[in-house]
Design a protein around this ligand. Structure first.
Ligand code: SF4
Length: 168
């Protein structure tokens, strides 16, 4: 792989509702992983547990407390998976979306890595994936692979009545 890095994709999205949407997005991710010859690991889809974790924050706006909790939950599981596999650095595609708070994502990523015992330490890669031509590269890939265009972030609380697309 380029730059001596061989990524492993950890698909951890118990936030996505309904299940059909989860499968559509997972299949798109799998299609891309296969095209690049990358491993993709599907974390289990426990939406019931995710709902319990964000209970009381259902009405929060996007970029609010529910989203921080959602990032923490998913990035902690990612960090734990990385530690189990001996993977030293993690990042997330969440950080490439202009709809998400980069500060919240970095806070959650750092917190998740700090939860891992020092012997298995995992580093949070706080690369800004929206700068230095990376946003343009992202759009190029979306077009090249004709990716499914998601219409909302993922959870049932992010499904909007209007047409605003916060999914990408
Ligand atoms: S809006 Fe998106 S980031 Fe926020 S809680 Fe829902 S799925 Fe998670």
């Amino acid at each position: 792989m380029k730059n001596g890095i061989t990524p492993v994709i950890y698909y951890c999205n118990p936030n996505i509702y309904p299940r059909e949407e989860y499968e559509i997005r997972k299949n798109e991710c799998t299609r891309y992983a296969e095209a690049l010859g990358l491993e993709i690991v599907d974390a289990d889809y426990d939406h019931g547990n995710w709902l319990r974790e964000v209970a009381g924050m259902e009405s929060e706006p996007e970029r609010g407390g529910r989203c921080l909790k959602c990032f923490k939950l998913r990035l902690l599981r990612t960090a734990q998976f990385a530690a189990e596999r001996g993977i030293k650095v993690i990042s997330t595609t969440l950080a490439s979306s202009r709809w998400k708070s980069l500060d919240q994502i970095n806070e959650a990523g750092r917190w998740a890595c700090a939860e891992i015992p020092p012997d298995d330490s995992v580093i949070w890669w706080d690369q800004n994936w929206r700068k230095g031509g990376l946003q343009e590269r992202r759009l190029q890939i979306l077009k090249e692979y004709d990716f499914y265009n998601q219409l909302y972030c993922g959870c049932e609380f992010s499904i909007r009545k209007d047409d605003q697309n916060t999914g990408e």
